[in-house]
Design a protein around this ligand. Structure first.
Ligand SMILES: C[S@@+](CC[C@H](N)C(=O)[O-])C[C@H]1O[C@@H](n2cnc3c(N)ncnc32)[C@H](O)[C@@H]1O
Length: 271
């Protein structure tokens, strides 16, 4: 068994509750000033965080801010173009379904069953209008995202915005390839993919980077990072799945205090 396979396996047994990393993202994101739609609920993110263990620190705050700016723009732009389906992979406590609520637009959110059960409870308790969200449980390690989408009402003949924010770093490379290929198979003309990619400078050993990164993380055992690649290798990986990258920005281009060469944000079209 390789080191990263062992890490993935040990995470299986270590992680039994809702995703803590997605709670950290939600708690951090609740502090940002963000746009919303006229029918949207900008207070939902903070409301859903009620009772979560408080943040001790958020060393990735600048990167989360850059990601949030980029993904919010992708959602707003897609809805402006007339896209009526948004699929959020590894959604965690993502609030865009209610923040950018627009009549006729449906959000499909895929994540681990335990995280989704916790989100469902928070949605119910918050008493807001969550009618535009479809929650679908999945473990991406076992494949089947395309089938899950087909089974929960996603229409493959309509354009979709697919979002993988802060997700691919938690998946093995073969899982990333099968996930993005499956999404490509359900991407009608006019669809788009928006994703963050964890990267490191060229010429560095990716396995060493992953090992060192997890050693320094509070959640490095329960939710280990598995894929951090040089930018060129990561973009090649995405291209192999049938997506054509049209926009690629480093986090530092959106938030000047972010660390450069650490995270890319891409927008892609079906190739
Ligand atoms: C860092 S959080 C990001 C959450 C959300 N995208 C956001 O930006 O707020 C990573 C999310 O990916 C989910 N995830 C990681 N590996 C997964 C897997 N194998 N199957 C399903 N979900 C997974 C976690 O449960 C978690 O909600």
């Amino acid at each position: 068994m390789t080191d990263s396979a062992a890490r993935s396996q040990s995470a299986l047994s270590a992680s039994t509750g809702p995703s803590r990393t997605s709670q950290v993202v939600a708690l951090t994101r609740a502090q940002f000033v963000r746009p919303s739609s006229p029918d949207g609920d900008p207070a939902a993110q903070a409301c859903w965080c009620t009772g979560m263990a408080p943040l001790r620190s958020s060393p990735l705050r600048d990167h989360l801010e850059a990601r949030t700016i980029f993904m919010d723009r992708q959602v707003v732009e897609a809805i402006r173009r007339g896209t009526t389906q948004v699929v959020v992979l590894g959604a965690g406590y993502d609030d865009r379904a209610v923040r950018f609520r627009v009549p006729g637009v449906r959000f499909f959110e895929l994540d681990h069953p335990t995280t989704q059960a916790d989100k469902r409870r928070r949605l119910t308790e918050s008493d807001g209008d969550a009618s535009a969200i479809t929650l679908a449980p999945i473990d991406f390690r076992h494949g089947g995202a395309a089938d899950v989408l087909g089974g929960c009402g996603h229409q493959r003949d309509l354009p979709t915005l697919f979002i993988c924010e802060g997700l691919l770093v938690y998946l093995q490379q073969d899982t990333i390839v099968s996930l993005l290929s499956g999404l490509r198979a359900r991407a009608a003309r006019g669809s788009a993919l928006a994703s963050s990619l964890a990267v490191h400078p060229e010429g560095v050993d990716s396995d060493v980077v992953v090992e060192m990164a997890n050693t320094g993380r509070v959640d490095g055992t329960s939710e280990p990072w598995l894929t951090i690649l040089a930018a060129s290798a990561h973009l090649d990986l995405v291209a192999r799945t049938g997506w054509s990258v049209e926009q690629c920005v480093d986090d530092v281009e959106l938030v000047a205090s972010a660390v450069p060469d650490r995270s890319l944000l891409i927008a892609a079209r079906p190739g």
